[in-house]
Design a protein around this ligand. Sequence first.
Ligand code: TYD
Ligand code: MG
Length: 468
Amino acid sequence: MARARVEYVCTECGGVAPKWQGRCSACGAWNTLAESVASDPRSSAGAGGQGDRRHALVEASELQALNAIAAEETPRFTSGIEEFDRVLGGGLVPGAVVLIGGDPGIGKSTLLLQSLASIAADSAALYVTGEESTAQVALRARRLGLGESAMPVLAETQLERIAAVLSQHKPRVAVIDSIQTLFTDALPSAPGSVAQVRECAAQLTRIAKRDNLTIILVGHVTKEGQLAGPRVLEHMVDCVLYFEGEAHSAFRLVRAFKNRFGAVNELGVFAMTDRGLRGVTNPSAMFLAQHDRRVPGSCVLVTQEGSRPLLVEIQALVDSAHAPNPRRLSVGLEANRLAMLLAVAHRHAGLVTFDQDVFVNAVGGVRIVEPAADLAVLFAIVSSLRNRPLGADCEGGLAVFGEIGLAGEIRPAPRGQERLREVSKLGFARVIVPRANTPKAGSRGAPEGLEILAVDRVDQALDLAFSR
Ligand code: TYD
Ligand code: MG
């Protein structure tokens, strides 16, 4: 097969250069040029007279009025795993390309094998493995109790051959594990290089759209936490999911980062067992640490992940610093936000921490990005600093949510009612919330038996939490 012409494309701006150079001449970014297959000069519009002549020969595409386009709800089918369906926005969509990223060994292959074996029970599915041998896949399937499945498995890394198998067998769903192992003959570079990854993904996407086939790509994450092939894949596919979780904990979270067919930031919660991944139906109970909650430095946060509220324990340790630069460290929470919170608390509530090391942690390996975690983080910090447990007088336990603004105000969080319902469901007796999130008097929103304390300002919130 003839080698295609190679060009270099900037991963930042898309500028094209015929030769590799250290700096993109279009946008000036350094070290962003990546090898790529040059587009066919006959199909792209060239400059000048030749291009104009070509335009005259090409038939113009048809236009459609927006209101005349038939737009039905996208049909979906189940992946066979309820929690997986949830992150996908309700199931798999025909013709969609889904990318699943995550650290090695976190459970990508396990999840997809379980899902595909379930799909294979009543429709055509194909598992393409580029990393493991078919024997290894079979061994894993036996371990997962899927030894009886007749799902076809293909050990292949050459894109052209995979494409041939796809057009011959016409599966409904194909898993490619992983995109980094594939290579196309059209490119001289090694598998896993940006050019190969991008070209293989582009061709598979074309096949998916053409044959209305769902393709799930497994992608590896680089040391910097990005999908190899710096973000190029994320633009190409319809849905990007990431596996999260700590290696030493059994819990695995699958989060949607991009979804053309559903909501983002939807979260699927799994537990890794000796028989594969199991969906966790009550994740709130799981994220609350097992010990008695009334210890200093601990606060229960009501966070919202996609369509579902979640209770997570936030822990803080504040200890006198022995170096001129006190440490601020956060696990599962944003580090910059922590520094900001300490500044706001100093300015508006007189909380002095410049001579203290501050460590905060979201228990259970969950990553919390929403600002509604602010109040819980601050409470945990103050609780540790003063060595006083939160809600000591409150038998049923205390939970909080709310964002802290730079002016010291407590700002409301979205979906307050749902959060309150979750708190009440898990048996908490008291909750501290932004005033705008309190249910209106007499409305059905207030769960029975839950004491709701509204706060407006950060100093007032601290007084309320630690006065009793
Ligand atoms: P794997 O799915 O191979 O990860 P990835 O494809 O993301 O690299 O994950 C395998 C890990 O999960 C491995 O460390 C062993 C563990 N595991 C179990 O605990 N139980 C099981 O039933 C299986 C199949 C794997
Ligand atoms: Mg794997």
